[in-house]
Write a protein that binds this ligand. Structure first.
Ligand code: 3PG
Length: 396
């Protein structure tokens, strides 16, 4: 893979550089839960600023159109504030998708200034990879930089469209991600144990399929496990499931490398009710509405720990339950600790994804992990051996 680093850009002073970043960060009580992705992109932005570039940042934040938003949203204003503090300079947020005005604004930029375009996903062209939208974006800059490894698995306009029109470069963090994860992919010491939870099953399923070749075991928890229970005919009450995911889970049930929970914690999301339900063949009733599966149980933690203790390489993405609520955090916290204890030196431990990073930080374990990837879905697809569209578009 031949990626050109930003360090190779010549005559950068005064040039408008469009930088795709991923500042899609989970919120907690209306505040940014974690700033790992901002810190990860900061060295690239700083370097460009110091070289006198005019930096135009592009990011998405959540799924605003799904919430019915079509113009302004608050997410990125919190981001520019945090980024400004980190860079020790003002970062100006442009709030509306009006290319005529944006064009005039960016043409007046001074060397070293940093602007942020409106939330990319407010514009319908982004997720559709609309060529006209990509061209309009490209017209704003003279150079394109991708510093958003975590969204390189999406064929969106800012990821695969814009680099078709401009000289393209990779950010320093993106290169580090590709090199480190590439080593895990090609040189992983066995046993390779994968711990996977959270939701977004349709995204993660592709990775489970490809990883079953390489991995020694795939430990499944979180909302992801619900799909396997449903596929086996269990009653799962108000638990989160995506019908497409259940179909896919059915095709994977026979795979012996996929290890499912033996018991789960069921209850109400407010944490007022929480009790353990065994996963047995005798009764297919795990829970009924309004109860839902919200964590893995103690027997599962014990079973998963036996696998983790054998690992030479460990990969983790996705919490084991609704870890934000204390009563449902035990599975994620216990496995996070085991994962960190086995990492650095004994096994090579790689974790990634917004919620996983947040969970590791909450347990104070992040420092004991070998590599924390900014990517969740992107990390899994990459480790599953897929060529990420955004990385492909960057190569020469
Ligand atoms: C992520 O948080 O994994 C990336 O920002 C991609 O977000 P998406 O799953 O909404 O495309």
């Amino acid at each position: 893979m031949n990626l050109r680093s930003i360090k190779e850009i010549k005559n950068i002073r005064g040039k408008r550089v469009l930088v795709r970043v991923d500042f899609n960060i989970p919120l907690e009580h209306g505040k940014l839960a974690d700033d790992t992705r901002i810190k990860a992109a900061a060295p690239t932005i700083k370097w460009l600023v110091e070289k006198g570039a005019k930096v135009i940042l592009m990011s998405h934040f959540g799924q605003p159109r799904k919430k019915g938003l079509r113009n302004k949203d608050k997410g990125l204003s919190m981001i520019v504030e945090r980024l400004g503090k980190l860079l020790k300079r003002d970062v100006k947020l442009i709030e509306e998708w009006d290319f005529a005005t944006i064009g005039k604004t960016v043409k007046k930029m001074k060397a070293g200034q940093v602007f942020m375009l409106p939330n990319l996903r407010l514009h319908p062209g982004e997720e559709k990879n609309n060529e006209a939208f990509a061209k309009e974006l490209a017209n704003l800059g003279q150079i394109y930089v991708n510093e958003a490894f975590s969204v390189c698995h999406r064929e969106h306009a800012s990821i695969v469209g814009v680099p078709k029109f401009l000289p393209r470069y990779a950010g320093v963090r993106l290169i580090e991600e590709v090199e480190t994860l590439g080593r895990v992919l090609h040189e992983a010491r066995l046993p390779l144990i994968v711990l996977i939870g959270g939701a977004k099953i349709t995204d993660k399923i592709a990775m489970i399929k490809t990883m079953t070749d390489k991995a020694s075991a795939i430990l499944v928890g979180g909302a992801l496990a619900n799909h396997f229970f449903k596929a086996q005919g269990y009653q799962i009450g108000a638990s989160v499931v995506d019908p497409k995911g259940v179909k896919i889970a059915k095709t994977l049930l026979k795979n012996k490398k996929i290890i499912l929970p033996r018991d789960v914690v069921v209850g109400t999301k407010d944490g007022k009710v929480a009790k353990v339900a065994e996963v047995t063949n005798e009764s297919k009733a795990l829970c009924f509405k309004p109860y839902a599966i919200l964590d893995i149980g103690p027997k599962t933690i014990l079973r998963f720990s036996h696998f983790i203790k054998t690992a030479q390489t460990l990969v983790w993405n996705g919490p084991m339950g609704l870890y934000e609520v204390k009563r449902f955090s035990h599975g994620t916290v216990a496995l996070g600790r085991l994962f960190a204890a086995r990492s650095k030196g004994i096994a090579f431990g790689v974790a990634g994804g917004g919620e996983t990073i947040d969970a590791l930080k909450k347990t104070g374990m992040a420092q004991y992990v070998d590599f924390i990837s900014t990517g969740g879905g992107a990390m899994l697809e990459y480790l599953g051996g897929e060529e990420l569209p955004g990385i492909k578009e960057l190569s020469y």
